[in-house]
Design a protein around this ligand. Structure first.
Ligand SMILES: Nc1nc2c(ncn2[C@@H]2O[C@H](COP(=O)(O)OP(=O)(O)OP(=O)(O)O)[C@@H](O)[C@H]2O)c(=O)[nH]1
Ligand SMILES: [Mg+2]
Length: 318
């Protein structure tokens, strides 16, 4: 498979507080679509049968998967693009969504290498930031997005940073839809989630903290926003109230760098939480899956043995 991977040149740069961070950069150019499909299928099979792609768990570095709506400032936060998906779009003659999904697939097929590069540098790295496309559903609901997330989460402590465009979330309805999105990501990935209110240089995130802490304040804001109000949105805000209890939130500016200390503190706390709660849950789910596969294998073997006995071993039909 002809993928021009720049993983060996993965950019390691010093992060805040003297710690190191790394951005994974992979540029894909592929000639054979079929090969890509084969490779994806192979990876899927390997990922589900071995469970963890042959890597053992390490406590360092912390992987931060950065997600959020288009334009919320994810890439600015990381300072560069992860996948040159425009190149892929040109290669395959695809629209933006197809381009992004294919980039993700390319990334997923080379994922063993990504993990390997990070493992080799584990001692020098405290954090690895992973950029994702603004079309959130492409990452969170595609097979390759799930494979990437699971591969990270089974090898390193992994947390999700959900970036919010603060100035654009000042209306209660927009705020609520953004939070529901974050909520669905929390449930889908089952990873600790940090809400990152970005662009605080333009608008402070104080209003968001108030709405999250005080259900009544949010309800009052909803009532004053005459664009939309119903018992349905009232019920949703009750759901969100529960969701807020399970996460940390910080305000940052990707442009000025304000709030980064608080961000890394929240990441550290979430990584601890990952080790205490999520890791054991993940191990349990994996063990259950393996046991089920083992039972299925035994069942199949037993069936085969019985069939062979019945047929006397000489006229077995496959
Ligand atoms: N004022 C201000 N502008 C910001 C900040 N962070 C990002 N921006 C601007 O917001 C716009 C979008 O930023 P990106 O980093 O491209 O957003 P993204 O989330 O990566 O967008 P997609 O990749 O399309 O999902 C750019 O014009 C940035 O300059 C910030 O902290 N403050
Ligand atoms: Mg971006």
């Amino acid at each position: 498979m002809d993928i021009d991977s720049k993983l060996d040149n993965a950019d390691v740069k010093s992060g805040d507080e003297g710690s190191s961070s790394m951005q994974v950069d992979s540029k894909g150019t592929v000639e054979e679509k079929d090969e890509l499909t084969d490779s994806m299928n192979k990876l899927n099979v390997e990922a589900s049968s071995s469970g963890q792609m042959g890597h053992s768990f390490r406590r360092k570095p912390v992987i931060i998967i950065v997600v959020g709506m288009a334009g919320s400032g994810k890439t600015t936060f990381l300072h560069r693009d992860t996948i040159k998906y425009k190149e892929v779009m040109k290669q395959f003659n695809l629209g933006p969504n197809g381009g992004i999904l294919t980039s993700l697939n390319l990334f997923a097929t080379k994922f063993d290498e990504v993990i390997q590069v990070i493992e080799n540098r584990a001692d020098q790295l405290d954090y690895v930031l992973v950029d994702t496309p603004g079309q959130i559903e492409i990452f969170t609901w595609s097979a390759s997005g799930a494979i990437i997330t699971e591969a990270f989460a089974s090898t390193f402590p992994t947390v999700v940073a959900y970036v919010v465009d603060t100035p654009r979330s000042s209306s209660p309805v927009t705020f609520m839809s953004n939070m529901l999105y974050a909520c669905s990501i929390l449930y889908k990935t089952r990873l600790p989630l940090v809400l990152v209110f970005n662009k605080t240089d333009v608008a402070q995130h104080q209003f968001a903290l108030e709405w999250m802490e005080d259900f009544e304040a949010f309800q009052a804001a909803m009532r004053s926003d005459d664009s939309y109000m119903s018992t349905f949105s009232q019920s949703l805000s009750l759901v969100l109230d529960e969701f807020y209890k399970n996460l940390r939130s910080v305000g940052v500016s990707a442009v000025s760098g304000a709030g980064l200390d608080a961000f890394f503190e929240a990441i550290e706390a979430s990584a601890e939480e990952y080790l205490e709660t999520y890791k054991s849950d993940l191990d349990k789910r994996r063990a259950e899956k393996q046991q089920m596969e083992e039972e299925q294998r035994k069942h199949n073997m037993e069936k085969l043995r019985r069939d062979m006995e019945q047929s006397g071993g000489d006229s077995l039909l496959f």
